[in-house]
Design a protein around this ligand. Sequence first.
Ligand code: ADP
Ligand code: MG
Length: 393
Amino acid sequence: MMSYFLPPVQMSPIAPQGISAPQAISVDTPRNRVRSAPLLLSAFLLLMCGCQSPLHRVHLDHPSMGTRFQITVFHSDRDHAQAWVRTAWNRVDQIDQACSDWKESSELRQLCRSAPHLKPVVVSTDLLQVMKKALEIARASEGAFDPTVGGLVRLWRRCHRAGRLPRDHEVEKARKGMGIDGIIIDEAASTIQLLREGVAIDLGGIAKGHAVQEVFQLLEQQGIRHLIIDGGGDLVLGDPPPGRRGWRIAIGTSNPQAPSNGTPLKLLIPGRAAVATSGDASRFTEIEGRRYSHIVDPSSGLGIEGPHQVTVISTDGAIADALATAISVLEPQAASDLLQRFPGSAALLVDPRDGSHQVLGEMPLAPNSDGSVVEKGASALYYEKCPPGSVGQ
Ligand code: ADP
Ligand code: MG
């Protein structure tokens, strides 16, 4: 077995609060939309530290927000790490309860139901923060990402089930209440005011990213530095395991018919980054011979045509998540312009039909031996096979 050495991690003396076993809570939709993202994480072995305390690999998962959350940490104190990962699940469920557009009882659904508001409404910090970032991306993307798209998303889901395109009058009706100018946020007072009746806010394109970012911060504050959080394709990466140059992420190309299927693209990411993938691999519909995604183009009211797959690397989970959704809607030039406004962000546009790809912005990637940053044709276990110090070579 390979050996790695790590200076002792500075542990926090604070005990985890409110620890409970991960609850087998039901998935937040009636249709069990738990699905696998087109993103495969490299697997790691227990890292042993020859003569000092061993570094344990702790891996736990938890269903929430309509997907499967997974956390992998490397830590010398297995019990400490497990206890805090379980605490992290409570955080994820708390964020779901604040931001879900599926749960009738969520804070977001209640807020929308009570609109229009004559006065600002005090909201939770989670809802406030997610809404704030959603509006930031909505403005920067000139509406390609639009948190008020909920009416169109619901219409599109109904049409998806019925296997037909929406009619013009249905699209018009679904637009009722749309427009971010109908939302006023006061951060200092922690309030949101929705000015329009019938507004349907959908944070499905950003809330998971916020959850992985929050969980990352919570665990890092407890001295857990070598960790990777995966919220069904929304990742936050901490420092890589000791002795490694980065995290090897394999992004599956999603079309089962594609010749490239089964040969994921590999990225070696140095760490301390958020990585989000949006794609239609498991959520598309075919109508009249055309393939449409679950991501809606707010200007047409229809799902965008696919297949499509976008991976964004950024400095914050929520921003990466929302940028991946926005870039899915935008043409590459507009996507490039959008990325410029978020320093430290870059995107990988993949054509799932043949695995060809285009990089927008500057990806913080460690190059492979041939100088390329993206490599084709590895198995998801590639990382494990690399000798120490030569990851990615
Ligand atoms: P996934 O849910 O597969 O991670 P995304 O992060 O791209 O994918 O989010 C897609 C979700 O975002 C949709 O299910 C819907 O709830 C919401 N959504 C769809 N279109 C838009 C849009 N143009 N702007 C903002 N949110 C959107
Ligand atoms: Mg997204």
